[in-house]
Design a protein around this ligand. Structure first.
Ligand code: ADP
Ligand code: MG
Ligand code: MG
Length: 406
């Protein structure tokens, strides 16, 4: 490492520490010291496919027959998905599906390293109703530009892109609000016990700019009054696996082979564990080479996936029962590891071998049959130490980062 690096490193850490000493209650968002190189072509590919992913999520959420069939085996054994499905059916029965639909999605990718040294974009999952870190990630580009300048890497500092997902997400919310047609209508942020208030503030601020009021309520305090549209089922891992089957994407894009091609190019290998010969083949494949795969239950929030020898333990226990259908199997993606410093308040500063995950935000609004907005509204790069196979920023494993396009 150059002496410039150490000076800058000392500068950043001492600035942080004095900050913390003076304002005991103030801390910073965990982030990498340096931005991470991302090939420009792959980055642009991820942005280009986002509006098609928005359309896909929207079309799936309206196709109850597809969801019923795709999730049939899973809801028999997975209570969480079964309960979500019951809510979805109830909504259909009550005929409450709104004519104005707002979708905020984030599609997550890792760059799988090929033998020839290039990398290919592979989707990890899609998250529906996903706005997390859309605000804070609009501030980190300036931090990394500054760090690069202090380190004497002026030219590179110009390759850090502006990013403002909060503005685009708020634009979608504002559009839906406007179509709703009541100036008295307020936007409600449904939050859990310890919400990421500072992240939400950015979206709130964008709404206030448009004179739209927002309030924050705990889910438990208002679930009695909520009407859902539940696009959530479209983002389950089981649906992701079913979409990778031959001919399924074509059903959702009958006249758009290019959209099918762009989406399919981002799919990693995904395998069913349904009962039957195909599922049996998946079990045998996973038991023979567990390190090639990730075993995924239908859960969100990081920390639920199963890797390596544990895949064998779990599959040996469930392989002859329908319990195995609660999982899907996925090819493990191998991004090229890079070295970086993960800056966080609760850990000593040390260089780590790191892996990154690129998220792309999309927002859409549909009224009846008309898509009135469908946009890619920003990105989110998160980086974690390679010793953790799983877990996001909220779980305290990954930190925020920025792509340095190369
Ligand atoms: P969740 O909904 O819990 O975020 P993910 O599918 O995103 O579930 O998995 C959580 C984490 O596990 C990801 O952020 C990534 O770090 C890791 N992961 C998931 N799938 C793969 C994969 N196929 N290859 C490598 N790592 C993966
Ligand atoms: Mg998820
Ligand atoms: Mg995830």
């Amino acid at each position: 490492m150059s002496s410039g690096f150490w000076m800058m490193n000392r500068y950043v850490t001492s600035a942080f520490f004095s900050f913390l000493l003076v304002f005991q209650l103030v801390t910073y968002t965990p982030l990498t010291l340096f931005p991470t190189s991302v090939p420009k072509a792959v980055f642009l590919q991820a942005l280009a496919v986002q509006t098609h992913y928005n359309t896909l999520v929207d079309r799936i959420s309206q196709d109850s027959d597809f969801l019923k069939e795709a999730l049939a085996s899973t809801i028999e054994v997975d209570d969480f998905t079964a309960r979500l499905f019951r809510i979805y059916q109830q909504i259909l029965k009550e005929g409450r599906s709104q004519s104005i639909v707002l979708g905020l999605n984030r599609s997550d990718y890792m760059l799988d390293q090929r033998d020839d040294g290039t990398s290919s974009l592979k989707q990890i999952e899609i998250n529906t109703i996903a706005a997390c870190f859309g605000g804070l990630s609009s501030r980190t580009p300036d931090v990394h530009r500054h760090v690069l300048k202090v380190a004497g890497r002026l030219e590179e500092s110009q390759h850090i892109l502006d990013n403002n997902p909060a503005a685009g997400l708020a634009q979608g919310i504002a559009k839906a609000w406007e179509l709703y047609g009541s100036e008295r209508a307020v936007i409600v942020f449904l939050v859990e016990e310890n919400p990421e208030i500072f992240d939400h503030r950015y979206v709130e601020k964008e709404l206030w700019k448009r004179n739209i009021r927002s309030i924050r309520r705990r889910f438990d305090d208002c679930f009695m009054f909520l009407h859902f549209n539940l696009t959530h089922l479209a983002g389950t891992k089981k649906v992701q696996q079913v979409l990778a089957r031959p001919g399924v994407l074509e059903k959702f894009f009958p006249d758009q082979p290019q959209a099918v091609e762009l989406i399919r190019a981002t799919f990693a290998g995904l395998y069913t564990l349904d009962m039957g010969p195909e599922g049996d083949k998946t079990v045998a494949m996973a038991l023979a080479e567990p390190d090639r795969f990730v075993l995924k239950p239908q859960r969100e929030g990081g920390g639920n996936n199963i890797y390596g020898s544990e895949i064998c333990q779990v599959l040996e226990a469930v392989k002859d029962s329908t319990e195995r259908t609660a999982y899907i199997l996925m090819d493990k993606i191998h991004p090229a590891p890079v070295h970086n410093y993960l800056l966080r308040r609760d850990a000593p500063l040390k260089m780590s071998t790191c892996l990154s995950e690129l998220g792309v935000f999309g927002a859409y609004v549909r009224r009846g049959e008309d898509m009135v907005m469908n946009e890619c509204v920003g990105h989110l790069l998160r980086t974690k130490s390679s010793e953790h196979s799983d877990g996001g920023v909220a779980a305290g494993v990954a930190v925020l980062d920025n792509p340095l396009l190369i």
